[in-house]
Design a protein around this ligand. Structure first.
Ligand code: PEP
Ligand code: CO
Length: 470
């Protein structure tokens, strides 16, 4: 039985609320669905979806509920969210090195954040399902030839031939399998002690030995090691909860037929869960209030996020909150602003004020990547490290002025030694981009730039907490 009272402000995230009216896993189908591929073979699509509906889920409802609780605590300033990973995963890079290096850099960043912010960090990877990409145009034309745009490995292939670009529904099955393999490896690494705070040396990437940031990082590791040993000496036993850390998954739930097929009811829980990921998000291009994505998201019980760009008005944001979190449930809704360094100062404050004035409960997170994308003269899509850091620092200041709280960051990064973003400690130039530009979509921070961002978050935080010493 579901209780009828939807008004309580103090409801724990575990308590049931009503199922949203008129919602079903497929009710999005009656709304305009943008960014969907045109599958040429309807029967093949139905076969693939039937198979997907029968395949086991990738995550469990209790993990999803645990994450929602952590996000509720982040909303109250008792945790900080670190969300990061590739712009898009690719089937080809579902390999042990790529997965473990990405995990290492996220663990190193979270160690820097835990140490500097003195808060537990909620770690969420953009992985195990980040295979669908929104595109600015349905088609791409090269030398007079027009083909469907590449929409991520879950839909088609990046090569510019008709065969590679045709949307293939079997790719959804492959994406599910690759996600399961990724998930399995991450779970095994974590269970095996890979994330053990007693052994941060497990996460050393080669660069740590010669990076300009190495000394600072190693000082933090040593200081955390001292603190752990001190606590263990005091208590006379090992601090066991440091052996394991939680890791959650997230992806843009763009391809709605896939998401619908993984939307399930589970025993002893009310409502519906998207069991393909813990923490799905709605991208900026598909966040229309009357659109299919908002319709799908309003009915699932997962914690959810929405990207908010410079075009969002305060009124539109409040209506989105009404649609997606009508019960003001703690941990339910995260708003990820991605304005760009040049626009955040003029666009964000009105949104923060409106949400605060209305007393709405959200977790504010900054994505300093997607508003700062540009093209170089030699044709690379890139981002300047200085702009990424500037947007983040401005975000901290703007939240402080508005009386709201920046509760996390959302980044595109990789554990590989790529050269896709300009600047950073090694001052990468346009010329360097040619050396190791590997992304098929957006440019990512490499491991060193990612760690530098974590350090600059800590510095900014220290400045705000103790402006005199900083
Ligand atoms: C992304 O996160 O890769 C993305 C496309 O973001 P946005 O929707 O904010 O543009
Ligand atoms: Co991206």
């Amino acid at each position: 039985m579901l209780p009828q009272d939807r008004s309580s402000q103090d409801r724990s995230p575990l308590q049931p609320v009503n199922l949203p009216e008129g919602w079903a896993p497929d009710s999005w189908r009656s709304r305009p669905a943008t960014q969907m591929p045109a599958y040429p073979d309807a029967d093949a699509l139905q076969d693939a979806l039937r198979e997907l509906r029968a395949l086991p889920p990738l995550v469990t409802s209790w993990e999803i509920i645990a994450l929602k609780q952590h996000l509720a605590e982040a909303q109250e300033g008792r945790r900080f969210l670190l969300q990061g990973g590739d712009c898009a995963e690719s089937f080809a890079e579902c390999s042990s090195d790529v997965i473990s290096n990405r995990l290492k850099v996220l663990l190193q960043m979270s160690l820097v954040l835990v140490h500097g912010l003195r808060l537990p960090v909620v770690r969420v990877g953009r992985f195990a399902g980040q295979y669908a990409k929104p595109r600015s145009a349905d088609d791409e034309t090269r030398d007079g030839v027009t083909l469907p745009s590449y929409r991520g490995d879950i839909v088609n292939a990046p090569g510019f031939t008709a065969q590679e670009r045709v949307p293939d529904p079997r790719r959804m099955i492959k994406a599910h399998a690759r996600s399961a393999m990724t998930m399995n490896f991450v779970r095994a690494l974590i269970d095996g002690g890979f994330a053990d705070l007693h052994h941060p040396e497990y996460w050393d990437l080669r660069w740590v030995r010669h990076s300009p940031l190495a000394d600072e990082y190693h000082r933090m590791v040593a200081s955390i090691g001292d603190a752990v040993r001190f606590m263990e000496t005091l208590s006379g036993s090992q601090v066991h909860n440091l052996n394991r850390v939680d890791f959650y998954t997230a992806h843009e739930a763009l391809l709605l037929p896939y998401e619908e097929a993984q939307t399930r009811q589970v025993p002893r829980q009310w409502g519906w869960f998207n069991l393909s990921t813990h923490f799905p998000w709605i991208g900026m291009r598909t966040a229309a209030l009357d659109g299919a994505h908002v319709e799908y998201f309003r009915g699932i019980r997962n914690p959810i996020a929405v990207k908010v760009g410079p075009g969002a008005t305060p009124d539109a944001v409040l209506r989105l909150i009404d649609a997606l979190n009508p019960d003001d449930e703690p941990g339910r809704l995260t708003l990820v602003h991605r304005m760009g360094a040049a626009q955040i100062g003029s666009k964000l404050p009105a949104l923060l004020d409106a949400v605060r004035r209305d007393g709405r409960r959200v977790l504010w997170v900054c994505d300093p990547m997607h508003g700062n994308t540009e093209s170089t003269a030699n044709g690379y899509k890139t981002r300047r490290f200085g702009n990424i850091r500037s947007e983040l620092e401005q975000a901290f200041d703007l939240h402080a002025v508005a009386g709201t709280r920046l509760g996390g960051v959302h980044l595109e990064l990789t554990g590989e030694d790529v050269t896709e973003c300009l600047g950073g400690a090694r001052e990468l130039t346009e010329h360097d981009l040619e050396r190791a530009y590997r992304s098929t979509v957006d440019p990512r921070l490499n491991y060193e730039q990612a760690l530098e961002i974590a350090m600059s978050i800590v510095r900014k935080h220290a400045q705000l907490v103790a402006p005199v010493q900083a």
